[in-house]
Design a protein around this ligand. Structure first.
Ligand SMILES: Nc1ncnc2c1ncn2[C@@H]1O[C@H](COP(=O)(O)OP(=O)(O)OP(=O)(O)O)[C@@H](O)[C@H]1O
Length: 305
């Protein structure tokens, strides 16, 4: 098993009949990274994750997980891989403990962390002996997290991991991620929740329509985030045309207007705008969530034909 990247995707493409779920995606996640995977609904996140863990066969391209092909080398990869699916399905008649036993047999690994994880996530003996069919959503999610990490895998792939967890349990989950990173484990976290990614991940990939929009450090994304320019007009005279600055898709609130402008273009935008009857102007950094939303909406994909 290699010391190279924990995950390496080269031109990964997955088609479902006429629909292309993932389109020529290339990406490398280094060992020891906590890596965020973001994108709007239908972007191709789950499809990518399923190809990674060997549940789906790519239509084209190459997938390497810990240096191995997750389909043909499944038995060698499985003990080192933990996966929390976005939609958990358990056998309802099995107890929590039986479910964990079944899944560890499939992983083909010992479970040195099961007890500790159950304790920390509040899965008591009483809960673990009950049939999973009677579990609440949060309890199922906790069981999903335990099975993904019970064998202390080198790579943990998590699809929407905090879904259904209360804030206290989320804190425990974030602590688990920090510890995993400190212990040199690699984590791939697919999420819609921007602050969650901001808090936990060093780098993040954003995909849209199955294609890569960007891979950046969270710190880099912050620096590149748009500036918000707010203007008020003299005597409430809303200049309904902003001339060249119209290209920033102005949002009007009565006679005030707001624009999101990339940092490198703020000075030019102000030049255009200050020719108008402006009474007041403020410029501030947009939130990180807006930086992401901007990329979701308008970011060019990296490998357009
Ligand atoms: N089994 C399938 N059959 C047909 N099309 C599919 C199938 N699974 C996914 N798709 C399509 O592939 C594309 C990517 O879907 P995917 O579930 O990977 O996106 P996602 O980013 O995980 O979305 P979400 O955030 O909504 O879960 C979508 O257009 C989806 O409709």
């Amino acid at each position: 098993m290699s010391d190279g990247p924990a995950i390496e995707l080269t031109g990964l493409t997955k088609r479902y009949g006429q629909v292309t779920g993932v389109d020529r995606l290339s990406l490398a996640v280094r060992s020891g990274e906590v890596f965020g995977f973001l994108g709007p609904n239908g972007a191709g996140k789950t499809t990518t994750l399923r190809c990674l863990i060997g549940l789906l066969r790519p239509s084209e391209g190459r997938v390497r997980v810990l240096g191995l092909d997750p389909l043909t080398d499944h038995r060698r990869v499985a003990p080192h891989l933990g996966y929390l699916p976005g939609e958990l399905r358990f056998y309802p008649e099995l107890s929590g403990a039986e479910t964990l036993d079944l899944l560890s047999a499939l992983q083909g690994a010992a479970v040195p962390r099961r007890r500790e994880l159950c304790d920390r996530l509040g899965l008591t003996h009483a809960i673990l002996t009950r049939p999973v069919g009677g579990y609440s959503r949060g309890m199922k999610q906790k069981l999903g997290l335990v099975q993904a990490m019970q064998h202390d895998p080198r790579l943990v792939v998590l699809d929407e991991p905090t879904e259904g967890l209360d804030p206290l349990v989320q804190e425990t989950f974030f602590a688990l991620l920090r510890e995993a990173a400190a212990a040199g484990r690699t984590v791939l976290l697919s999420s819609h929740i921007l602050p969650e990614v901001q808090r936990t991940c060093g780098r993040v990939a954003i995909i849209r329509d199955g294609r890569l929009v960007t891979v950046q450090s969270v710190a880099g994304l912050r620096e590149a985030r748009a500036r918000r320019i707010r203007l008020a007009f003299v005597d409430g005279k809303g200049a309904r045309s902003l001339g060249g600055a119209e290209r920033w898709t102005p949002r009007w609130h009565g006679d005030r207007v707001e624009l999101l402008v990339p940092p490198s273009e703020v000075v030019g935008a102000l030049r255009d705008l200050l020719g108008l009857p402006v009474a007041d102007v403020t410029v501030e950094e947009a939130g990180l969530d807006e930086a992401f939303l901007d990329l979701y909406r308008t970011g060019k994909t990296e490998d357009r034909p």
